[in-house]
Every structure is written in C-alpha cells, then in structure tokens.
Design a protein around this ligand. Structure first.
Ligand code: ZN
Length: 255
C-alpha cells in the first residue's frame, strides 16, 4: 500500500519500528528523530554528506539512548525509521517545519516549493502511519487499564547558528507538567548534568506536538527529554546518560 504512494519502496520497508511492544513498564518511549535514512525515492535531497549526517537530518545519539532506556525499564519504544528532512514527525502536517525548506544554516534543495500532492504523499507515507501506530498501541494499553507515561527522547546540537548552548539536559513539557516536575526534582537531588526546564526549546517553539497529540489529548502524562548530542556520541556516553535518565524516571514514578 505504501509503495503505491511512490514514497516508500519495498526495499525501504515500513516507516515505523516498535521494540518491546509488550514491555511491562508504564513508560512508553517515542523517538521521532531517530534516523538519518532517506527513502530511496529522494536521493540525497541535494545536500552534502556533512549536512545529511548532521542534526538537521536526525537527532544523533537519541535512538541509542532510547534503546538503552527501553532495555533497562522494559519499556515499549516506537521510533521513526526515516529522516525528519522528509517529514518531521514532531510537527503537524500544516506546519512549515514538517517538511522544512531550510534548517539552521542549510537550505534543503529537495524540499523547495513542494506541491500539495508532494506534501500529502509524505504525510500519508511517514506521518500518519507513525502516529497511527502509536495511537493503536496506546489505545490497547488504555483498554487493558495499563498506567502509561509518554516519554519522547531527542538530542540537540551544542552549537546552534554559531551560539554555544550551556544546557546539557532539557526536561520539556506543555500544559501537563506532572512528569517534568518529578524528573526535575529528581535531577536536583542527584545533579550530574546541567538540567533545565523547557530548554533549549519550549512549547512556544512547536516541539510538543507528540506530547499534545498522544498525551494531553488522552489524559496520559507525558514529558520530552532533550539531550545535548556531544554528550552521547559513543556507547559510553550514551550508557551514562541512559542510566541517569532511567534513574530520574524510576524516582519520578516512585515519588
Ligand atoms: Zn528531536
């Protein structure tokens, strides 16, 4: 069915991956920017290898950290298998940022002047199946009376538009601050990283789409984690960060 829309081929496979679908934890992890992979159909979008491996294409390190958290918590993890350059699954279809023409210092040639049909094909191939799968999994959990807290895992670049960022770990929330408040309190008890609320982004930047769509709309608690990506470049850094976040989450659930 996806192949008929001309975006994903059989070789590309499905856009959404689910790990530990039967995980026992109340924590339900989502990683929208897990992958830098472009579907075959798009070639290189006219971008250099440098741009295609940078944070504009994906959140470096985020999936590795999310996987380690999923393993230690026994938590379900849902991640997008394709780059946000084609569709940013943390943005609604009407947002210009869903299929960005520019990102930070880069212009994205393959995203200029997209026609409505192009936008619709990308939405149908990447956004709707991704969020549809999350919706199905969450409905099943609610039907089974399972407690659920949605945790989205992201990373951010240490230098943005030439400006260094001091914050190392951001705990982000929209109207529902329940989980964020607990995690920030736990972080204050055991400080390891410079941790801040709604930094380096906040709801005013449009980054809480997934939280609102699946968490707030369904009365499920939710939080977004942003990790500075220079702290999670290798297995050791990813492990230390994942252990720390797992600890904050466990303390928050016990609080
Ligand atoms: Zn992200």
């Amino acid at each position: 069915m996806l192949a008929q829309q001309g975006i994903l081929t059989e070789a590309d496979g499905e856009c959404v991956a689910v790990e530990r679908p039967d995980g026992k934890s109340p924590i339900f992890i989502v990683c929208e920017h897990a992958s830098r992979t472009l579907p075959e159909h798009f070639g290189d979008l006219g971008l250099s290898e440098e741009a295609l491996s940078s944070h504009i294409a994906w959140d470096p390190g985020a999936l590795a950290v999310a996987r380690k958290m999923s393993a230690s918590l026994d938590a379900t993890l849902v991640h997008q298998r394709f780059s946000r350059l084609i569709y940013d699954c943390n943005r609604p279809p009407e947002s210009p940022g869903a299929m960005p023409e520019t990102s930070e210092i880069y212009t994205i040639p393959g995203n200029q002047h997209l026609r409505p049909a192009d936008r619709q094909a990308r939405t149908q191939s990447l956004y709707l199946p991704f969020h549809g799968r999350i919706e199905t999994l969450l409905k099943d959990r609610v039907a089974k009376g399972r407690e659920t807290v949605i945790v989205t895992v992201h990373s951010f670049t240490p230098v943005y538009n030439g400006k260094p960022r001091a914050v190392e770990l951001g705990i982000l929330h929209d109207d529902d601050r329940w989980m964020a408040d607990r995690m920030l309190a736990a972080a204050a008890e055991a400080p390891l990283y410079r941790t801040e609320r709604n930094q380096p982004y906040g709801p005013e930047d449009g980054v809480t789409h997934t939280l609102k769509l699946h968490g707030i709309a369904n009365g499920l608690h939710n939080v977004m984690i942003e990790v500075r990506n220079d702290l999670i470049v290798d297995d050791v850094g990813q492990g230390v960060m994942a252990d720390y976040l797992t600890g904050l989450i466990q303390n928050s659930l016990d609080a």
